[in-house]
Design a protein around this ligand. Structure first.
Ligand code: MF3
Ligand code: CO
Length: 257
């Protein structure tokens, strides 16, 4: 069942979403050569509690294995759900930061992929196209459109650039739970659930775009998803409310208070 949020509930959701945006910005600024992914996780957790929120991912257990940390950090060929470790970032890496909090009973969830120092032109292009694909999807978040309009816009932008979209993971509704209906895939095929977009839906849209194959492998830790061919992957995500005035990007820095 898709849970629609009232304007009052959306007003409450602005807070966790703004906290996510602010912390992601601080994390992005902390990314530099020599920093470990554990350092970023610790910073994320400190900032979360300092703002009076709680981590959304830590302790999350959709299947057999609990997610142990506050932040997901996915480097280079890692697509999503990278578990922080002692790994040091180095110049030329790209690093996906995926982060969520719960505050006042509601969740916020967003992600971005940032460069470590100077990166190759091809990596730069992958980041740009993936971010643009997210915004192509957001542009479709209008009453009366369908989930397929979001999915197709994301997929088309990525594939026109010569990339592939990951099919194993999807975006999702978000609200009093981190993952709500509907699923928001980044590709569309006949027969998939395809509800109409309604006022009061809040969707986390999160394209994962690969340089090479769309195929995914999960590491033995039970979480880290990597590209099957070892080529680069990027991930951007925003939590977006569907309103009578069009899409409202709740997790954008500078979003309305
Ligand atoms: N943004 C990701 C998602 O919505 C992050 C989930 S990490 C998890 O699926 F640990 F919470 F699963
Ligand atoms: Co998400």
């Amino acid at each position: 069942m898709v849970l629609l949020k009232s304007p009052e509930e959306i007003a409450i959701m602005r807070k966790p979403c703004r906290i996510v945006a602010e912390i992601l910005e601080e994390l992005a600024q902390a990314v530099r050569p020599g920093v470990t992914t554990d350092d970023l996780d610790r910073l994320a957790e400190q900032l979360t509690y300092r703002k009076g929120a709680r981590p959304a991912f830590k302790g999350y257990k959709p299947g057999d294995v609990v997610y142990p940390r506050t932040l997901c950090v996915s480097v280079n060929e890692e697509i999503v759900h990278g578990i922080p470790s002692g790994r040091q970032l180095k110049v030329g890496d790209i690093v996906g930061l995926d982060f969520g909090v719960v505050y006042d009973g509601f969740y916020g969830d967003a992600a971005r992929t940032v460069p470590v120092g100077r990166i190759s032109e091809s990596a730069e292009r992958l980041l740009r196209i993936t971010r643009e694909a997210l915004y192509c999807g957001i542009e479709q978040c209008r009453i009366g459109n369908r989930i397929s309009d979001i999915a197709r816009a994301v997929q088309e932008h990525a594939e026109d650039a010569g990339y592939s979209v990951v099919e194993e993971f999807a975006g999702h509704g978000i609200g009093r739970r981190l993952h709500e209906e509907p699923q928001v895939p980044n590709y569309f095929r006949r027969g998939m659930a395809n509800p109409r977009l309604q006022e009061g839906m809040v969707l986390a849209i999160e394209p994962m775009v690969n340089e090479g194959t769309a195929r995914v492998r999960i590491l033995k830790d039970g979480w880290t998803a990597v590209t099957a061919d070892g080529k680069l992957s990027a991930h951007f995500e925003h939590s977006v409310a569907i309103t009578g005035n069009g899409p409202e990007i709740l997790t954008e820095l500078g979003a309305r208070v």
